[in-house]
Ligand binder design. Structure first.
Ligand SMILES: Cc1cc2nc3c(=O)[nH]c(=O)nc-3n(C[C@H](O)[C@H](O)[C@H](O)COP(=O)(O)O)c2cc1C
Length: 389
């Protein structure tokens, strides 16, 4: 008679035998698929790499299993056995360096100015509003504002926004406090946009009001599908600009907007770029335009914010895709996995800095009405909502 433990161990043995068989078959397939014979001269480096990778994966499986048990072991694992995060780590660090540099070498925008002015805006809308706030970063903001005033290439609208918010701030805080009085005098002494443009907090009731009903919005969402078949019709930069205007209104952490849309509209460039991604197989030849959403890690001085580019970039990308739909164009997001050789090719093609990371690609074009769309069943709200009680 078999005991429960005997039958369990028998099961485990058969399972392990089955696994070995599968592994053997897999290797056998690679070896025979790969035609690894010197005399037939069909031996390729690619197949060799595949074999090594498969062998490594087999050997590492128990190690991975064991090392997944704690953070320390996981860290050891990634130091010893995997370099998959190498590029990301380098991007984050070089982002820090570029951030520090951006404090003194100001281009068309300053992340620090944007962040701090936004902090002041938030202070201005608080209920109740305090008569003194922002002490920790006020001088830093004025230093930065002063440097931006002297930067030739800074966007004038960004500067105007900073000026308006600082003016509004000093008009409501308690200037009898020495630190605020001193800062105010400093602000007054700086050169400035002379007029106020009203880029200051306003009441919700004074903002623009959309007439879009839920039904209309839902219809737009239903209309937007991942479209892979397009008409042979050129996409103009003008429609892209309009869509990017809508995308620029998406929320972003501290309003830093750390992304760019690298856009290719001409056949050769589109093909060059789209061919680097893996998810375009089968339909790449008919993509009229492609956008690469690129995140900029130089917007952050801290590691903790390293994911924000993906969040901000994706929120903007969604608005971009919906905006294009309203103008009769369709899109398909295309995955950008973190694969070193692909990262290298795309970075080289787009001239990206080490701290600039592709987030996703988006194919764009006028949809072919006869092109088929996968049904792609969606989960129901009840599946997606977990009420927190
Ligand atoms: C981040 C992301 C990556 C995607 N990558 C690809 C891709 O590489 N190739 C592709 O054909 N579709 C890609 N898609 C499209 C999805 O397959 C599609 O969104 C999904 O099936 C749902 O269909 P729908 O967009 O029509 O609603 C991607 C979508 C997202 C959001």
């Amino acid at each position: 008679m078999f005991s429960a433990s005997t039958s369990k161990s028998a099961c485990l043995k058969s399972l392990s035998l089955a696994r070995s068989t599968v592994t053997y078959l897999r290797l056998h397939r690679i070896l025979s698929d790969g035609k690894m014979t010197f005399n037939r001269k069909r031996y390729t480096l690619r197949n060799f790499k595949r074999i090594i990778k498969t062998l490594l994966a087999i050997a590492l499986k128990p190690i991975t299993h064991f090392m997944s048990r704690s953070q320390r072991l996981s860290k050891l694992y990634f130091s010893l056995f995997s370099s998959e995060f190498k590029r990301e780590q380098h991007a984050v660090l070089s982002g820090h360096r570029a951030y520090q540099r951006s404090l003194h070498h100001i281009g068309d925008s300053s992340v620090l100015l944007r962040r701090n002015i936004h902090r002041l805006e938030k202070g201005l809308i608080m209920r109740p509003r305090r008569s003194a706030f922002g002490k920790d970063y006020l001088n830093e903001t004025l230093d930065c504002y002063s440097r931006c005033l002297n930067a030739a290439s800074i966007d004038r609208q960004e500067l105007q926004w900073a000026y308006d918010v600082l003016t509004a701030y000093f008009s409501v805080v308690d200037l009898s406090l020495p630190w605020l009085d001193k800062a105010y005098k400093r602000f007054c002494a700086l050169r400035e946009p002379q007029k106020n443009s009203g880029y200051v907090p306003y009441r919700r009731s004074e903002g623009v009001k959309s007439e879009t009903s839920f039904e209309q919005f839902l219809t737009l969402c239903q209309q937007r599908r991942s479209v892979r078949w397009y008409q042979e019709k050129a996409v103009s930069m003008k429609v892209i600009e309009q869509a990017v205007q809508a995308a620029s209104l998406a929320p972003s952490a501290c309003n830093r907007q750390p992304f760019r849309f690298y856009t290719a509209l001409q056949g050769k460039h589109v093909q060059d770029i789209a061919s680097i991604a893996m998810g375009t197989a089968g339909f790449i030849h008919n993509i009229p335009a492609v956008i690469v959403v690129v995140g900029d890690l130089s917007a952050y001085p801290f590691e903790r914010d390293r994911h924000v580019i993906y969040i901000d970039g994706s929120l903007a990308a969604m608005q971009l895709m919906l905006a294009l739909e309203t103008m009769g164009l369709s899109t398909c997001p295309i995955n950008w996995p973190d694969i070193e050789e692909k990262e290298r090719s795309l970075s080289l093609r787009l001239g990206l800095k080490p701290y600039e990371r592709p987030i996703m690609l988006i194919s764009v074009g006028y949809p072919d009405p006869e092109g088929m769309i996968p049904y792609s069943h969606k989960k129901s709200p009840s599946q997606l909502i977990k009420e927190v009680l």
